[in-house]
Design a protein around this ligand. Structure first.
Ligand code: ADP
Length: 356
């Protein structure tokens, strides 16, 4: 099918690098004779017909900007039949033949719904958490982590001056990768992530030994997902650490600060390659895919496969989830989860081993 016009939107949590994707998608489409409209405010823009044409010039000078030119939203109405009908009507009325949706797993579910209703759609990752299992990398992850290590370096300065421990909470709802990798890169004495039970005794022991060796400042990185969002884990851990080690301890929440900022080279590059690939796939007549980076290659993965793999990895499979897949696919998914668990464990052990 020759598309005349595609729509691009950003949805769910924003991430640095989304703009680089918008630019790549827009320009690749235009160069192939396909018009582009930007849908403003995620799926709610589709429901409310908040759209505007995008030219090559409209996406000039955005590759270096955080946030998203197209704004974003969380739109529950889109999950309803009425909302979906309005979204489809907007596409039909404005001759939008296909959609590229930039976001996380929720956004990809929306893209599947659109495809099933006759609007071929493709997902491109834009989520700082690196929490889409099918891809090695999600756009925004690198920038967010660089912000974390910069902030932790600042906390280290004051920790060293005052001989304090800093417990720092970072984003990552169901996925501790931000905490894990920044913990390693910050030389943390402890890392708490949802994937592995935190051994507070071992952490206290390491701190006491190091304190006796003359160490003054200690960094502990906690993923917000430990014990569930708003569980208060980090705050409680800070108090426990202070009581049991005698090291004065402060609790810091970095929160949304790591969502913003100038995208790093890594994010601009991944966003550009993924955005270009999404349009190429649509032009080849393919849809219901999420564009992934696997072993440094930019490759498509079926959205349903990606979403179920995610559920398997997060131990959230529901009855019947695996019914649509062949035994070979299920075996591949299980093997993937084992490899990923081993990778996380290896990095976790490395961080603790070096904290001497
Ligand atoms: P993210 O894409 O970052 O994971 P959300 O989970 O909030 O963020 O999803 C973004 C938006 O995608 C939601 O606000 C909603 O409009 C749409 N969406 C999420 N889940 C579904 C679903 N099951 N079906 C249709 N649309 C969905």
């Amino acid at each position: 099918m020759k598309f005349r016009k595609i729509g691009v939107l950003t949805s769910g949590g924003d991430a640095p690098g989304m703009n680089a994707s918008i630019r790549a998608i827009t320009r690749t489409a235009l160069q192939n004779g396909v018009e582009v409209v930007g849908i403003i405010g995620g799926y709610s823009g589709l429901i409310n017909e908040n759209i505007r044409p995008l030219t090559a010039r409209d996406v000039s000078n955005i590759i270096n900007l955080g946030g998203t030119l197209l704004k974003t939203d969380r739109c529950d109405e889109f999950k309803t039949e009425e909302g979906m009908a309005k979204a489809i009507e907007t596409c039909r009325k404005n001759h939008i033949d296909a959609i590229v949706a930039i976001g996380g797993d929720g956004t990809f579910r929306g893209a599947t719904d659109l495809t099933n209703r006759g609007i071929p759609s493709i997902g491109v990752s834009g989520t700082i958490d690196n929490d889409i299992s099918a891809t090695d990398y999600t756009v925004g992850f690198d920038t967010a982590m660089n912000t974390v290590i910069e902030m932790v370096d600042r906390l280290r300065d004051t920790g060293e001056s005052h001989a304090r421990c800093m417990v720092t909470e970072v984003m990552g709802r169901h996925c501790g990768e931000i905490a894990l990798l920044t913990g390693i890169a910050s030389g943390a004495v402890g890392i708490a992530i949802p994937e592995i039970e935190f051994d507070v005794d071992a952490c206290v022991q390491r701190m006491i030994e190091q304190k006796e060796n003359g160490k003054r400042n200690f960094q502990i990185i906690v993923s917000e997902g430990v014990g569930g969002i708003d569980s208060g884990f980090g705050d409680r851990l800070a108090k426990t650490i202070e009581e049991r080690t005698g090291v004065e301890t402060r609790f810091n929440v970095l929160g949304h600060v790591i969502r913003g900022g100038i995208p790093t080279l890594r994010d601009r590059l991944a966003a550009t390659r993924m955005g270009e690939k999404a349009v190429q796939l649509l032009l080849e007549g393919k849809s219901n895919l999420v564009v992934c980076e696997i072993d440094s290659e930019i490759v498509p993965v079926d959205i349903n496969y990606a979403l179920i793999l995610d559920r398997m990895y997060k131990n959230k499979l529901k009855d019947g989830d695996l019914d649509k897949f062949t035994a070979e696919q299920v075996a591949d998914m299980r093997a993937f989860c084992e490899r990923k668990n081993a990778y996380v464990r290896e990095l976790y052990d490395l961080a603790n081993a070096l904290s001497k």
